[in-house]
Design a protein around this ligand. Structure first.
Ligand code: FES
Ligand code: FE2
Length: 381
């Protein structure tokens, strides 16, 4: 396998890891980061220290102290800075060593750690973990945190992030993995898969004939790992729902979906999504171990969609061997996705610049068409 064909390995120095680090990534959920309690986080197969300064602003710096490698999350927050637990070296959010209590002041000037640009947005903490200057921060004009209800959470999935991304391209799985729900609403017609490369990534459609609930479903998939879908209102919940999911590698074998589910005009502000009980990953493990069957789960269990997807994805193995796949016409979107990733990773591997991905500055929400009015009988998760 060429290095540019390996999407799964994302640690420092890997091609996919270098590519993903060229974009802002969510690294933690905001309410998990408490002032005075730094947290060791893992993202892209690498550990980092996340903390809030005393003013509440979130920061992300490297994991290990450069003195003798003690993990920095063990230490103290002082103002905007973090002090190491072992011998008290202190670093500012930009990574500059600002104090070494037992050393000559000239020594501190020579010491730096990685201090990453960090931004809190829609309840999530984002960081730019790549080299050089951070690209502009990608905001979503579709969401107005003042007027909408924005629910955020982090959902881990026990397999490679790329399997989760491929699932975002896979409209057909709805009819099997989520069969209980599609049968219930009458979404029974198999889609014709249509996919187009755009300035932001891929526009994916599952085209259906538009009779009853057999509607065309559209997803805006933004490079490198963001899925945006819209669900129109219905009598029981008249507001539009907008769903964003970042598929972020934790390690090579585990990923986390950072979710922002927005109810237009809901007015409750930015709040954490209530926890799903029992934990979908507990059920996923039970099913994968053969102790439960996903077919036997209560159709009203709120974590049903998560468990259904996770079982299908983790059931492929932690990192699926794509060379064994036998793809058909219904995998069209997936084939385009894989080619696109290979093309981009090849640029990175050969030291060329990948495509300058950019989304339109105006809201996708303004461009609703009849198709989108009808789309999304079932929200993607
Ligand atoms: S290991 Fe951090 S100050 Fe010594
Ligand atoms: Fe799914």
């Amino acid at each position: 396998m060429e290095a540019y064909e390996d999407f799964a390995h994302v640690g420092p120095g890997t091609v996919a890891g270098k590519f993903l680090r060229q974009f802002w990534q969510p690294v933690a959920v905001g309410d998990e980061l408490v002032i005075g309690r730094p947290k060791r986080i893992q993202i892209l197969n690498q550990h980092y220290t996340a903390y809030r300064g005393e003013d509440g602003v979130a920061h992300v710096v490297q994991d290990a102290c450069p003195h003798r490698q003690t993990q920095l999350f063990l230490g103290w927050v002082e103002g905007s800075d973090i002090r190491c637990f072992y011998h008290g070296w202190k670093f500012n959010p930009q990574g500059k060593c600002v104090e070494q209590p037992a050393e000559d002041p000239a020594f501190a000037r020579k010491i730096t750690i990685e201090g990453h640009p960090t931004r809190e947005y829609l309840g999530l903490i984002f960081a730019y973990l790549g080299e050089g200057e951070a690209p502009p921060f990608p905001e979503f004009p579709e969401i107005d945190p003042e007027k909408d209800t924005v629910l955020y959470n982090r959902h881990p999935v026990p397999c490679s992030y790329f399997q989760r991304i491929e699932n975002d391209m896979d409209e057909l799985h709805l009819h099997f993995v989520h069969k209980v729900s599609t049968d219930e609403v009458g979404l029974v017609e198999f889609p014709e898969i249509n996919v187009t490369e755009t300035d932001y990534g891929l526009l994916r459609k599952g085209i259906r004939k538009e009779s009853g609930h057999n509607v065309t479903r559209t997803a805006f998939w933004m490079m490198p790992n963001v899925l945006m879908t819209f669900t129109p209102g219905r009598p029981s919940r008249p507001q539009w729902m907008l769903h964003l999911a970042w598929r972020v590698p934790v390690t090579d074998f585990e990923m986390a979906s950072f979710i922002v589910a927005t109810e237009k005009g809901g007015g409750k502000g930015v709040i954490p999504r209530p926890e799903t009980k029992p934990d979908p990953n507990f059920i996923t493990d039970e099913v994968l171990a053969g102790r439960m069957r996903v077919q036997d789960l209560d159709p009203d269990y709120p974590g049903l969609f998560n468990v259904q997807d996770n079982v299908a994805l983790a059931g492929q193995g932690k990192i699926v061997d794509r060379s064994k796949d036998r793809l058909g016409q219904s995998d069209k979107a997936l084939i385009v996705l894989r080619k696109l990733w290979e093309r981009e990773l090849r640029c990175v591997a050969e030291g060329r610049a990948p495509k300058a991905w950019r989304r339109p500055t105006e809201s996708f929400f303004q461009e609703r068409t009849r198709e989108l009015e009808l789309a999304g009988a079932i929200a993607a998760e």
